[in-house]
Design a protein around this ligand. Structure first.
Ligand SMILES: Nc1nc2c(ncn2[C@@H]2O[C@H](COP(=O)(O)OP(=O)(O)OP(=O)(O)O)[C@@H](O)[C@H]2O)c(=O)[nH]1
Ligand SMILES: [Mg+2]
Length: 263
């Protein structure tokens, strides 16, 4: 019988891709530490960290490669998406060009990555638009203690302490004209459907839909495509790691792993 506490985590290599400044690192920070930073530094190379996600019948341990969006790092990307079971391709809903870049990433993944890769298209910064204020309340609902046991070598942003994301309400009050949205939900959703991608609009800032998107990916990944062994292997070169033994996103110092965003 599978004693819940002893369920072995299935490891899933996940890569984040997308244009610079769309919020990849911020989504990871929200997911892993339930935190947000207005002043992030651009990622250099890539950052690595892990987070667990508990599903009904299994625990998925995401091994996350958060890549740099700056063009000069593009050639490193294959190192990170190679053998990845999942990819989160991010664009900024207030920047139309970022969706085009996201589409280019999807194309590249579909051509060159693992053929079974689960791709999730994410329109980030939903807090900036007046409508479509994503269901923030539902965002990071933490379950009872999914204490990612910090035993092993990896750190696992464990520390389950709910402190659910307080969805700071969206900026614009109501339906003002100067909505900064440049990519309609419909357009992106239609594209995602056509390209066979999961799709979410989310906000790293409020936490809206962040846990949901990772949970959906966890549910979608076929168990067999999960990597049975430790993550680091691929692409350690060029990755930026911090802290002895701990792998963390390079999102500015002083950022403690407070709380896991997933289940
Ligand atoms: N309003 C708002 N700002 C966000 C959100 N996510 C990220 N940002 C801001 O967008 C800027 C860029 O965020 P990053 O997470 O560093 O972007 P990135 O995609 O990792 O950028 P690279 O590492 O250069 O590829 C920062 O100022 C963040 O605070 C969001 O959901 N809402
Ligand atoms: Mg980054």
């Amino acid at each position: 019988m599978a004693d819940e506490a002893n369920v072995k985590a299935v490891q899933v290599k996940l890569v984040l891709l997308g244009e610079a400044a769309v919020g990849k690192s911020s989504l990871v920070l929200r997911f892993c530490s339930n935190d947000f930073n207005e002043n992030t530094s651009p990622t250099i190379g890539a950052a690595f960290l892990t987070q667990k996600c508990r599903l009904e019948n299994r625990v998925v341990k995401f091994e996350i490669w958060d890549t740099a969006g700056q063009e000069r790092f593009h050639s490193l990307a294959p190192m990170y998406y190679r053998n990845a079971a999942a990819a989160v391709v991010v664009y900024d809903i207030t920047k139309a060009a970022s969706l085009e870049k996201a589409k280019a990433w999807v194309k590249e993944l579909q051509r060159q990555a693992n053929p079974n890769i689960v791709i999730c298209l994410v329109g980030n910064k939903s807090d900036l638009v007046s409508e479509a204020k994503a269901p923030a309340a539902a965002a990071v609902t933490t379950e009872e203690g999914d204490e990612a046991q910090a035993g092993e070598n990896a750190e696992e942003t464990e520390e389950s302490e709910a402190e659910a994301t307080s969805p700071t309400s969206p900026t614009s009050a109501s339906g003002e004209d100067e909505d900064p949205r440049q990519v309609s939900r419909e357009e992106a959703e239609a594209y995602a459907k056509e390209a066979n991608l999961l799709f979410f609009e989310a906000s790293a800032k409020t936490g809206a839909n962040v846990a949901e998107l990772f949970t959906e990916i966890a549910k979608t990944i076929p168990i067999e495509s999960a990597a049975p062994k430790p993550a680091a292997g691929a692409g350690a070169a060029g990755a930026r790691r911090q802290g002895g033994g701990q792998d963390q996103v390079n999102l500015g110092e002083g950022q403690q792993a407070k709380r896991g965003g997933c289940c």
